[in-house]
Design a protein around this ligand. Structure first.
Ligand SMILES: NC(=O)c1ccc[n+]([C@@H]2O[C@H](COP(=O)([O-])OP(=O)(O)OC[C@H]3O[C@@H](n4cnc5c(N)ncnc54)[C@H](O)[C@@H]3O)[C@@H](O)[C@H]2O)c1
Length: 394
């Protein structure tokens, strides 16, 4: 494998790599997507939020957060905002994934209308990816689109969900079935919030970073493979450094195709299996963990149809289980038939065909005839699933 030249190519990243964490001093970059959002990233950078709020015009601010985050950070931040901008209102939402249902979307929209929200109002979403998705979707729907600010408080939120502008809630048959694209007017990624995030949630966020290397950047994969042990001992500096690198790795892909319909669809590697598993587990498995099973199965499937070598499949297991340390067995209650049925209902379905993003080699997705979504015969998928489940259950 090639040497890692990723950090060296990015001056801003060196700020963190050299361990010069400067509280209050973030860096700013643009997501450079179709509708670009400024992203302010750093450690203890609430001051940047307050300064930016001064620059925009609005009649009301709605601070939307979840209880656990409100209790740790949100209350003091809300008070600072309210102090400066008295027309700020607080709504406490449910926690995490529970938010992502139509019932809660409807309730929030109606509640905001009752609170006399106008086209000039701005929503602030302060919480994990679940809150971010609900707030983004709500902002996209109210009066056909009002402005919102995203302040993700989890590793996944800061490095993944906030970047795609995809806002969605779940349906009765699967995840993220109902949504739209709506971009925040700016993003604040403050890694100070990450130190209270449960370790397993942080680890699940890193899994999406591993995916970015696997699908598009062999150097980045190698870097993570060699350095994850260093990052596993979490601290503020390491959170900053790793989060920034993963953000860059995702933006590199998104900038080539912000719609995620052509090249960008590669971000779905492991997600057809992962979403189905996450859906079947009804909140008992984290998104990233489900995707990690999905990526291992997708690697086996890539090998089964003659793409990835066995060694490259083993690298998948090695980085997830040994380097990252996620060793949970495959959930005992899930069968291949359950997964197949759930995948058929997934949001990428076309008829009853199953289509997957597959790897040709580490760092490169298979792209026959210009399409990254490859149709695979149901019997082959079932064979791979049965083998995987047999070997990876306790
Ligand atoms: N739109 C996209 O492209 C995209 C990409 C990745 C993930 N997502 C979505 O994001 C969601 C997952 O987001 P998540 O991983 O942030 O989980 P989450 O939003 O479900 O939050 C997990 C838990 O962490 C708590 N929490 C949040 N911040 C905390 C903090 N700083 N300290 C302590 N606890 C904290 C929350 O209250 C919640 O209980 C899923 O719904 C997934 O579909 C979307």
């Amino acid at each position: 494998m090639q040497n890692y030249a990723y950090i060296e190519s990015n001056l801003e990243s060196n700020i963190y790599f050299n361990n010069n964490l400067v509280p209050g001093k973030g860096i700013e970059f643009s997501t450079e997507l179709d509708i670009p959002s400024p992203y302010y990233f750093g450690y203890k950078i609430e001051n940047i939020l307050l300064k930016n709020l001064e620059k925009i015009e609005f009649d009301k601010l709605f601070f939307l957060t979840e209880e656990s985050v409100f209790n740790i950070y949100g209350e003091s931040l809300y008070k600072k905002i309210k102090n400066k901008f008295p027309n700020t209102f607080l709504n406490i939402l449910l926690s995490g994934e529970q938010n992502k249902y139509f019932k809660n979307l409807e309730e929030l929209c109606e509640q905001l209308i009752e609170q006399n929200i106008s086209k000039k109002s701005v929503l602030i979403g302060f919480g994990g990816g679940g809150v971010g998705n609900l707030v983004g979707l709500t902002a996209g729907l109210i009066y056909r689109g009002i402005r919102f600010i995203e302040i993700p408080t989890t590793f996944t939120g800061q490095t993944d969900s906030t970047l795609s502008n995809k806002q969605a809630v779940n349906g009765k048959r699967g995840k993220n079935h109902f949504g739209l694209y709506h971009s925040p007017i700016f993003i604040i990624g403050d890694t100070y919030y990450l130190h209270t995030e449960p370790k397993n949630a942080r680890r699940a966020g890193i899994i999406e970073g591993i995916k970015n290397g696997l699908i598009s950047n062999e150097n980045f994969f190698t870097y993570l493979y060699e350095n994850l042990a260093f990052y596993n001992a979490e601290n503020a500096f390491k959170n900053n450094d790793l989060a920034l690198k993963i953000i860059q790795s995702k933006l590199e892909i998104l900038r080539k195709d912000p719609s995620e319909k052509h090249y960008g669809i590669i971000l779905e590697y492991g997600h057809t299996f992962g979403h189905a598993l996450e859906w079947l587990m009804k909140g008992k498995i984290l998104h990233g963990d489900a995707v990690s099973f999905g990526m291992r199965i997708a690697a086996e499937l890539s090998n089964e149809i003659g793409l990835l070598s066995k060694e490259e499949v083993i690298l998948h297991y090695d980085i997830i289980e040994n380097k990252l340390g996620y060793k949970d067995p495959f959930p005992a209650e899930i069968t291949s038939d359950m997964l197949l049925e759930a995948m058929i209902n997934d949001n990428k379905k076309t008829g009853r065909e199953l289509r997957f993003v597959l790897l040709e080699k580490i760092g490169k997705c298979y792209n026959p005839e210009g399409d990254y979504l490859v149709t695979i015969d149901l019997n082959i998928v079932k064979k791979v699933l049965d083998n995987y489940i047999l070997k990876n259950r306790i």
